[in-house]
Write a protein that binds this ligand. Structure first.
Ligand SMILES: C[S@@+](CC[C@H](N)C(=O)[O-])C[C@H]1O[C@@H](n2cnc3c(N)ncnc32)[C@H](O)[C@@H]1O
Length: 318
């Protein structure tokens, strides 16, 4: 488990607020709470949440891989279980709200089964509309010997209606040539691109949380705060409620908290729940370290071979 000092030290990014009292994390849901974190099953927790009260749901559910926090089920039973959670998420979602379901592959006897394909119908049959299938690309992971190594997962972004929140200006990223101007024609001299940056597209390059990532805790499957932050900024407004049914160590709640949203989530495992509470408190106080949403570092020297050998020797292989 990561201790409090380690979480605070050598911050990648710190937001320092004027003095704030310690955040009181509530365990019973009420819309006015700044943070409600529930230790237990997400279906039990969602019973406390009224219809149409959540603006944004971002989550990464268990992938049915038999990790320490899940029991591997027949895939049909897994989908049924997910369907129950998704039905409840749709019930508590506001009409202008969004659901983002982040998943990878279920692997069975060497066959990969993309979970977003299996789960798509659970959303569609609830009348939701798919707005993007975002590909999250990352650089590190297991090295496969019988297929290409997997280096992406996907986020299915659904909305409940056509009248949904989408704040594009909040998530623009720098252009390759940011000050490019028209050099001829009626607009000569004017910017040929948006000077505030471009739409980040539906392929996102954000490092995954591996051993020396600044956000790493003892959780085996954390997603990065920067990934959620884009969704929070684009799909919700100040003080809106952001919810994660499968909270883990609260990367979703942290992204919400540092962007002035109210947050809620549920987690069944005590040790992850404790870290989740600690991280949300530190985020509220502006003392949690996290990797901001910034371009990936590309080494410019010409010595990639030696570096790559060193990295792969230290990675797990399958
Ligand atoms: C893939 S992890 C999510 C990690 C999270 N995105 C983060 O960055 O920390 C899924 C989490 O869901 C929790 N979980 C599994 N079943 C649950 C349930 N029925 N209710 C609440 N949490 C559950 C697991 O213990 C695990 O921590």
């Amino acid at each position: 488990m990561m201790n409090k000092k380690a979480m605070e030290s050598s911050a990648e990014q710190l937001i320092v607020y004027p003095h704030r009292d310690e955040l009181e994390i509530k365990t019973y849901f009420s819309e006015g709470n700044s943070a409600t974190l529930y230790l237990g099953d997400c279906l039990d927790f969602m019973q406390q949440i009224p219809d149409r009260s959540i603006q944004l749901i971002v989550t990464s559910p268990p992938y049915n891989l038999g990790k320490e926090y899940e029991k591997k089920l027949d895939i049909e039973d897994y989908v049924l279980q997910q369907r129950q959670v998704i039905d409840e998420c749709v019930r508590i979602l506001k009409d202008e709200g969004s659901i983002c379901w982040e998943v990878g592959n279920y692997v069975d006897n060497g066959e990969i089964i993309p979970l977003d394909i299996l789960l798509y119908d659970c959303f569609r049959s609830n009348g939701l509309t798919l707005r993007n299938r975002i590909v999250w690309h990352f650089g590190h992971g297991l090295h496969c010997s019988k297929r290409f190594s997997g280096r992406y997962e996907t986020i299915l972004w659904f909305t409940k209606s056509d009248d949904y929140v989408f704040n594009l200006d909040a998530i623009r990223i720098p252009q390759k040539y940011p000050k490019k101007k028209h050099f001829k024609g009626p607009n000569v001299g004017k910017y040929s691109c948006n000077p505030n940056g471009k739409n980040p597209s539906d392929v996102w390059d954000i490092p995954n949380v591996k051993s020396n990532h600044v956000e790493k805790t003892c959780h085996p499957c954390q997603f990065p705060v920067a990934l959620v932050q884009r969704l929070v900024l684009a799909l919700s407004n100040d003080q809106d409620l952001v919810f994660d049914p499968f909270l883990g160590v609260s990367s979703t709640a942290v992204a919400g908290m540092i962007n002035n949203r109210r947050v809620a989530g549920s987690e069944i495992i005590q040790k992850y729940y404790d870290i989740a509470c600690e991280r949300v408190k530190l985020a509220y106080e502006g003392r949690l370290k996290f990797r901001p949403d910034k371009p990936i570092y590309e080494p410019k020297d010409n010595l990639p071979l030696a570096r790559n050998i060193f990295i792969s020797e230290n990675e797990e292989r399958i």
